[in-house]
Design a protein around this ligand. Sequence first.
Ligand code: ACO
Length: 351
Amino acid sequence: MIVMPQTKIAGIGYYVPSNVVTNKDLLKYMDTSDEWIQERTGIKERRFADRTGETTTTMGVKAAEMAMERAGVSASDIDFIIFATLSPDYYFPGCGVLLQRALKMNEVGALDVRNQCSGFVYALSIGDQYIKTGMYKNILVVASEKHSFGLDFSTRGRNITVIFGDGAGAVVLQPTDVAGQGILSTHLHSDGESAELLAMFNPGTHANHWINGLADFKDAEMAEMFMSHEMIDNAQNFPTMDGPAVFRKAIIKFPEVIMEALNKNNMATKDLALLIPHQANLRIAQFIQKQLKLDDSQVYNNIERFGNTTAASIPIALCEAWEKGLIKNGDVVCMAAFGSGFTWASALVRW
Ligand code: ACO
């Protein structure tokens, strides 16, 4: 019988920019209030990257360097890169190759993952499969977002813009022969029925095929189909979200995918040392906690300080919790995400 290795998280790191932006600071741009933001989302402040000095990739590089140092490996040891983001430096190529270049890595494969809030868990799952089959020995998984560049800072965009922040997280995955250690299982899901409820449509090649009410393409010149002045004039280059619909779906799918992971491993919620939910919104995390009857000590949230950093939110929270000594060897940790697509996912790990 062939015994496949399990995948362990050998090192973890995160990076958030030093620029703290409070709810009050957002009043410079839009009509909102600290009370509204805290009451609906739990967010007090977030970080914004340096406008020209930092990119999604450079933040990812900093998180990756910390993860590699803690794993005791150097850039030349990494044999595969997986980079999750929805706010890439370029439309193409993806951030994976920019990170490969910045870290002067070998000519290893670099895969970019486009799964928004679920991006890190999807990336972890992909890395897990490559380690289990023996294809790679040191995989660098990076998730990073520079949301501050792509949001509508006028009052028109306030329902979305106040939620998001910038930052990056990273892990190094390695094989382990220790029975029962590492990634126990991952669970990935999608339902494209509601793809347009949380999305950024332009620039894109859709030509209004799926949606009505956007800039009219009928008289557009070929060169104006992808990104036109009209799209910009009508603010169609910013993300759009039906907040209440996202909330309703998230509070069903989060508990479902967490229980799927526990059931798969014959565990119950009492076996969870820590749940790291994607930091979408504190109200969503609190709802999940209540529904699953988890103690405060079993759930880690940091959205109050960092906002929603999409793909990066889970590795940032995981790293912070680990640094605070909240995750010890042998602890069972569940990471769970839900977001645009919709996609949702979980990973159960024994540390
Ligand atoms: N400041 C002040 N008022 C605001 C703001 C703001 N930042 N944003 C919206 N409002 C106003 C609206 O204009 C509206 O006013 P009106 O009633 O006079 O028209 C009112 O507040 C309610 O607007 P809604 O959009 O219905 O706000 P809602 O109460 O649904 O709260 C929120 C919005 C917080 C986004 C909520 O829907 C929610 O929590 N949704 C879950 C989605 C989520 O968390 N997404 C995170 C990103 S996606 C992800 O990570 C999964």
